[in-house]
Design a protein around this ligand. Structure first.
Ligand SMILES: Cc1ncc(COP(=O)(O)O)c(C=O)c1O
Length: 336
């Protein structure tokens, strides 16, 4: 076996350039491509005090012929616009933001790693109005950035089954903010996740307030069995993952019955005695769960390893993303 080169951790490297646009006087400025450099914002900027910020994360893939294709960008742009609305931030123009992403990919085309690596795109919107007395006043000025980061094989060290703690007390976010991709939600989930990690040596916490299965700190949750997929139906309490949507579609294409409905911890524990469980998100696509810990007791998921259905579904979606399977749903756009 050839040794894997040591790669930087996910998200720790940025490309040389980013796209920037400003919102002022009720309009967006034309966007510019600039070298990545520290931002100059007022210490009174709304975002620094009142957390008026949201972001996105999605990937572009290089093919063997050198072309680069971005995956479901329109969905991610719509989710950022919805987050901005919910946070009462100036809403980015969808066409302008799409052009900013394309411009960054084109400028940084040489930095897009080969498959199974990808270029991870990170649009971020922040409220910049300088006013420390604006707790109940929206930011009327904003900065929109598009950063890019080369990322490599998420499972370079092999796919390890995850240990997940079931927390049926805490919520990941305020009920109406779950579907908003905003920094405050991640800050809120961090404390419970780190505390649980220290106590139970877990990878992630699965938030199940009131016994209803929701999601982890940064991924959606799936139950999988032969010919069956189950995930929570959409409501404002959790992030509407684009990977979740793509896996449901791929599952249906493969003849699975893909069900979206609320379900409880009890049903989940019954399911995993024979079935599989997995986390879905842009970074890992689909990551198998090996153990669920509930009320101090460990529940093995299937045989405790990453299940074959989880692997197969992941491979199928990755094959579409990398252009090895037909793009039946028009999810990819060629940018380079
Ligand atoms: C809280 C949360 N849930 C779910 C997801 C999965 O979303 P997506 O599949 O769009 O990456 C993410 C990742 O962005 C997330 O941060």
């Amino acid at each position: 076996m050839t040794a894997q080169p040591q790669r930087p951790a996910f998200g720790t490297v940025l490309t040389s350039h980013m796209a920037v646009a400003q919102y002022q006087n009720d309009e967006w400025s034309p966007s510019e491509i600039k070298p990545v450099a520290p931002l100059e914002i007022s210490p009174a900027a709304h975002v620094l005090h009142y957390a008026s910020t949201c972001f996105e994360g999605f990937k572009a893939f290089r093919r063997a012929d050198g072309s680069v294709h971005v995956f479901r960008m329109d969905r991610h742009i719509e989710r950022l616009r919805q987050s901005a609305r919910q946070l009462v931030l100036p809403v980015p123009d969808a066409k302008q933001l799409g052009d900013m992403v394309r411009a960054v990919i084109q400028r940084c085309r040489d930095a897009v790693p080969e498959a199974p690596g990808a270029l991870y795109l990170r649009p971020i919107l922040i409220g910049t109005t300088a006013n420390i007395g604006a707790a109940a006043t929206p930011s009327t000025e904003a900065t929109l950035l598009v950063l890019a980061s080369p990322v490599w094989d998420y499972f370079a060290g092999g796919m390890k089954p995850l240990r997940i703690l079931i927390d049926d007390v805490n919520t990941r976010s305020a009920a109406q903010m779950g579907m908003v991709k905003t920094g405050g939600n991640y800050a809120a989930a961090l404390g419970p996740t780190l505390a649980a990690r220290a106590k139970y040596q877990i990878d992630q916490v699965l938030f199940c307030p009131g016994g209803q299965v929701q999601e982890t700190g940064a991924a959606n949750f799936f139950l999988i069995a032969k010919g069956e997929l189950l995930t929570r139906s959409l409501d404002p309490s959790f992030l509407h993952g684009v990977t979740r949507d793509s896996l449901l579609q791929i599952g249906r294409d493969l003849g699975y019955t893909a069900t979206e409905r609320p379900f409880e911890v009890k049903e989940m524990l019954e399911w995993v005695s024979t079935g599989e469980a997995a986390l879905s998100g842009t970074a890992a696509v689909l990551a198998g769960v090996g153990t669920l810990i509930y009320n101090g007791k460990e529940h093995r998921v299937g045989d405790g390893g990453v299940g074959p259905l989880t692997r197969a579904l992941r491979e199928q979606l990755v094959a579409v993303q990398q252009g090895e399977q037909p793009d039946r749903h028009g999810w990819l756009e060629r940018v380079v």
